[in-house]
Design a protein around this ligand. Sequence first.
Ligand code: NDP
Length: 295
Amino acid sequence: MRVAFLGLGAIGAPMASHLARRYDLAVWNRTRARAEAFTQRHGGRIASTPREAVQGAEVVLTCLPTSAEVEALLGGPDGMEAGLAAGALFLDCTSGDPATSRRIAERLAARGVAFADCPVSGGTNGAEAGTLTVMVGADPATFQRAQPVLSAFGRRIEHMGPVGAGCAVKAVNNALLAVNIEAVGEGFAALVKAGVPARKALEVVNASSGRSFVSEVLVPERVLTGAWPQTFRLALLEKDVRIALGLLAETGVHGPVLELVGEVFRRARAELGEDADYLEAIKLVEQQAGATIRG
Ligand code: NDP
C-alpha cells in the first residue's frame, strides 16, 4: 500500500520509520535535509512538495506543530489537496485543536477524503519503540480503516468520539502533564531548600499518593541526573495547555488551575524560547528558588 508521511520532526520521524518497514512510503519535510537523513536510514522516497507526497497515496499521515500548519499545507498549487485522490484516508497525528480539525475534515470530505485526528502520547521513546497511545477522533468507519495503519507505531489505539475528540483528549492529557511538571518542580525545590535530599523525597512520594508520570519517570531520569534531554519542545506543551483552555471555554467550565498553568507556561516559553525542552520549566523554578533538584 502507498502511504505518505509529512512532518519528520522529533516524534514524526520515529513514527514514520515504522511505516517505512510496512508500506511503500513517500516522505515530505519542510527542511529537506531531514527527509534525506530519514530515507538514508529507513528507506522510502522523498517528495519535493506536499502535493507530490500525497499523489497516489491511499493513506496520508501528518505530524506538524499545530493544526494551523496542517491546514496551511492543504491549499495552493503544491498543496496536498491538489494531489489527494478521492477515497484516500487522511490521518493527522498532530496534537491539534478540535475546531481546526473539524474544518479540515469538512474540507477533505468535499473531495471524498476521510479524516481522523490521531494525536499520540508516549514521547519519542514510545515512538521509537512503536508503543504510542493514539487518541482518535473520527466516524466509526474511518476509525476501522485507520486502526491497522496506526498500529505500526501505536500499541493502544482508542476511538474517543467524532472528529476533534482525539485532539480534545490529548490537550487535556498534556494540560495535566503541565500541571504536574510545575507542581513537582515547586514542591521539590522547597523540599531541597528545607534540607531533604531530593532522591529520598522522590522515593517516598513515588510510594505515596502524590506520585505521577512526572515524579516516577521524568524527574528521576532527567532532573535528578541533570541529563535534561531535548525530546519535546516546551512551546508545544504551552500550545497544548492553550488548546485545553479553549475546550474549557467552549464547554463553559471554569478553570482557575489550568488558566494559571497556561500563564506559567506562556511566560516560560517567552523566557526560554522556541527550542527549550518542556521539562526546562523546572529549571525556571530552580532558578527562582535558588535550589537545584539533584541526587
Ligand atoms: P518538532 O518541532 O520536532 O517538528 C515539527 C515538524 O513540523 C518538523 O518536521 C517541521 O519541519 C515541521 N514544520 C514546522 N513548521 C512547519 C510549517 N510551517 N510548514 C511545514 N512544516 C512545518 O515537533 P514534534 O515532532 O515534537 O511534534 C509534532 C507534533 O506531535 C506536535 O503537535 C506535538 O505537540 C506532538 N507531540 C510531540 C511529542 C514529542 O515527544 N516530541 C509527543 C506527543 C505529541 P522542519 O524540519 O522544517 O522544522
